[in-house]
Design a protein around this ligand. Structure first.
Ligand code: FAD
Length: 505
């Protein structure tokens, strides 16, 4: 429910522009949040224009997003052809033949107030080569194509991982749409021909559709995709371009027949001038090559992708272009941008849909009234900017630490980093510790997964465990690994897990 503000000042009409993943997620969440408040929500989309049509890998926050709407995992999985995802497997990023998993969750168990990874580092310094992933059930599930639900007891090995979904993004948007329409959201299918502004301040007054109809509103949510029809075009909000840090500026995407049992992770494999994704769905796979046009031609990228797609392609590869970065502000006047309309970072860590979720959550927390108090807008913009900048830093780290040959990868290794990332790396190197900025999407466990995966080891470990008996340490670590392995042995394969979830739907 909306609270605060006098009734006369309360927002009465919300207009969402765009019916892609962002638009329908916003419609579903806002309609649930504002139920009973008298606020009307209208969504305008154009079936002639369509949606971007990609976006199949998520992170665990998606489950909390639809959980808030009363939807169960089993229900969403069935509606969206979804499979389970326990992390991302990075193949060949450090060198050919090398791989590691970034799982959703922690590694090992902290002892006596010292983070687990310091024990791991201490054992490593004494010659123990067991990878960090051996202390994470999530990592092993992802790496070995198994799947299970986290146990409710957070103290057990089973309790310390999380999971997400791979889904058909179009089906997910349809599922959100069904919910939103049941909640009373009105849908208009037409192309927006003109956006009118009013007053000296140039707030958005309304939209003129190509059929001549007009739609007025108090608050506009721009989910119009890369075009950024309201925020970018009508209100002139500029774009902060981060392509000097993230060199990839486009992709080819192709769907293929399923090739073998579905992995329970997203697989991202380093390629000549970028990387390839493989995302298993129930009956098909999503594949794509994200690459830098400075270092690879379209023909070459397309051929490289098609040569490496495991199953038979069922469509022609689709070319997508993007500029990594963000709109200078996510909210101005009476318009909030969500999804591609507010910025884009390549899908290496599946963060776009997650950024839509947090944008919606923030909008709920800071829902304005017709005054559009600058303090509310400033707070929304600050949080949004910090959050996406931290995601940006996390992605840059993957490139910076690569050990691959070739001009693209060398350029990534040589690049100057943002100060915020330099500070993080300095503390990691100096003390194996993590700076925690506000609004970070990725926890220290995720940063650790990437540092350790790239064999980027700090100079010092926690002095509190310097005197630890190494034989005893080795034995306890071995026991921990055994316990994780034993738990893994009792878990179903991913395929069996999907059948169990179907039974629960
Ligand atoms: P869109 O899907 O483009 O929707 C825009 C909407 O605006 C459409 O409904 C369109 O009809 C409407 N519209 C536009 N102009 C008008 C007009 N004039 N009149 C009326 N309507 C209009 N994200 C992830 O989280 N995980 C991933 O694995 C992932 N992979 C990706 C891979 C690639 C190559 C790319 C480019 C993106 C990927 N993303 C991923 C991002 C994800 O696809 C998007 O964040 C998500 O789909 C949201 O898109 P959107 O709703 O903002 O825009």
């Amino acid at each position: 429910m909306v609270t605060g503000g006098s009734a006369a000042n309360a927002i009465e009409r919300v207009v969402i522009v765009g019916g892609g993943t962002a638009g329908w997620m916003a419609a579903a969440a806002l309609s649930a949040h504002l139920a009973g408040s008298g606020v009307s929500i209208t969504l305008v989309e154009s079936s002639d224009i369509g949606t971007v049509g990609v976006g199949e890998a998520t992170i665990p926050t998606i489950r909390r997003f639809y959980g808030q709407l009363g939807m169960s995992d089993a229900e969403v999985m069935q509606a969206c052809q979804a499979t389970a995802k326990f992390g991302i497997r990075f193949v060949d990023w450090l060198r050919d033949g090398h791989d590691f998993v970034h799982p959703f969750g922690r590694f090992g168990q902290d002892l006596k107030g010292v983070d687990f990874h310091h024990y791991w580092l201490r054992a490593r310094a004494a010659g123990d080569r067991a990878p960090l992933g051996d202390y994470s059930l999530g990592s092993l599930l992802a790496g070995e194509g198994h799947a299970t639900l986290p146990a409710p007891d957070p103290g057990s090995q089973l309790g310390i991982f999380d999971w997400a979904l791979h889904f058909d993004a179009a089906l997910f948007a349809q599922h959100m749409r069904r919910f939103a329409e049941r909640m009373g959201v009105a849908r208009v299918d037409a192309r927006i021909a003109h956006v009118s502004l009013w007053g000296e301040d140039g707030f958005i007054e309304g939209l003129t559709l190509d059929n001549g109809a007009r739609i007025g509103g108090d608050l506009f949510v721009d989910c119009s995709g890369f075009r950024s029809l309201l925020l970018g075009e009508a209100l002139g909000v500029g774009y902060e371009d981060w392509s000097h840090w993230l060199l990839c500026d486009g992709a080819f995407a192709v769907q293929s027949e399923r090739a073998g049992p579905p992995p329970s992770c997203t697989i991202v494999t380093a390629r000549r001038a970028g990387w390839q994704w493989r995302i298993p769905l129930r009956t098909r796979e999503g594949n794509g090559l994200v690459f830098s046009s400075r270092f690879q031609s379209d023909d070459d990228a397309r051929d490289e992708l098609l040569a490496q797609v495991p199953g038979k392609p069922v469509m022609e590869p689709r070319r997508l272009r993007f500029t990594p970065g963000r709109r200078k502000v996510a909210w101005t006047k009476n318009c909030v941008g969500l999804g591609l309309a507010s910025g884009f970072l390549e899908p290496l860590e599946s963060t776009s849909i997650a950024l839509i979720e947090t944008g919606i959550e923030r909008l709920k927390q800071l829902f304005p009234d017709k005054d559009f108090d600058p303090a509310v807008i400033a707070e929304y913009n600050e949080q949004s900017a910090e959050e996406i900048e931290r995601v940006r830093d996390f992605l840059i780290l993957h490139y910076k630490l690569n050990g691959r040959p070739g001009a693209f990868w060398q350029t990534c290794r040589d690049m100057e980093l943002p100060d915020s990332l330099n500070a993080k790396r300095a503390l990691w190197r100096a003390r194996g510790a993590f700076i925690r900025y506000r609004w970070e999407m990725f926890s220290p466990a995720s940063w650790l997964a990437i540092y350790a995966g790239f064999e980027n080891i700090p100079a010092r470990i926690d002095p509190a465990i310097a005197g630890l008996d190494t034989d005893q340490l080795r034995r306890s670590l071995e026991a921990m690994r055994r316990s994780v392995r034993e738990t893994l042995a009792d878990t179903p394969t991913h395929q069996e897990f999907l059948e169990i979830m179907d039974g629960a739907a």
